[in-house]
Design a protein around this ligand. Structure first.
Ligand code: GTP
Ligand code: MG
Length: 198
């Protein structure tokens, strides 16, 4: 798929203020700092469309980007940000839960995982919650450049084994590196497939 245009539309903390749900959208979620905003920039070929930072907790709002005037990429705040207060954690939870449950034009969610860490409870709980809500998602391993090929394969296998304990069928799994521009074609092709099927 060729990206002709990518435009920032709106940031908000109130899911009901998101753009009218008339164009299909794809959202990006995962632990703080896992590389959601960087991956969106890789997909649209822009350095700084989605704001990134080496400090976790950069993205705090629901951010809509309109792609090729036809569909949205949505950058979401990360979960598991250690220094977040309990009340903030609750409001994050309800904002994201409402968004994911109510967004009628949401096609699928990309759940990002850092392969350098063992399967983490917070990621597993989030994936379980998506399943319980019957929300479609795929898994995306980020920062592939940080591990050797061998260690990457071991990490992904470990994740697959963990998921197979509770899931009969695994979702699609992608491997990416925003640093080395890996996985872009595969993710865009996947999005294209979903956009072409009604
Ligand atoms: P929050 O908005 O805080 O939840 O974080 P995020 O998931 O949007 O992460 P972000 O894209 O801001 O990236 C966090 C840090 O990881 C930044 O310093 C990025 O440069 C770095 N980073 C992201 N993707 C990659 C990657 O593929 N490889 C490497 N080496 N670093 C990456
Ligand atoms: Mg971000």
């Amino acid at each position: 798929m060729v990206i002709h245009s990518a435009d920032f539309v709106v940031s908000n903390t109130n899911p009901s203020l998101c753009p009218a749900p008339v164009k299909r959208e794809f959202s990006f979620i995962g632990r703080s700092n896992v590389g959601k905003s960087s991956l969106i920039n890789l997909l649209v070929n822009r350095k700084n469309l989605a704001k990134t930072s080496s400090t976790p907790g950069k993205t705090q709002t629901i951010n809509h980007f309109l792609i090729n005037s036809q569909w949205y990429l949505v950058d979401l705040p990360g979960y598991g940000y250690a220094s977040v207060t309990r009340s903030k954690h609750r409001s994050w939870g309800s904002m994201i839960e409402t968004y994911l449950k109510k967004r009628s034009n949401l096609v699928t969610t990309f759940v990002l995982l850092d392969p350098r860490h063992e399967p983490q409870k917070i990621d597993q709980e989030f994936i379980q919650w998506m399943g319980d809500q019957s929300l479609p998602f795929v898994l995306v391993f980020t920062k592939a450049d940080k591990l050797s090929k061998n260690h990457l394969m071991i990490a992904i296998k470990k994740w697959e084994k963990t998921l197979e304990e509770t899931w009969e069928e695994l979702p699609p799994i992608f491997l990416t590196s925003s640093e080395e521009r890996k996985g872009r074609d595969e993710l865009l092709a996947y999005i294209q497939t979903l956009l072409s099927s009604d």
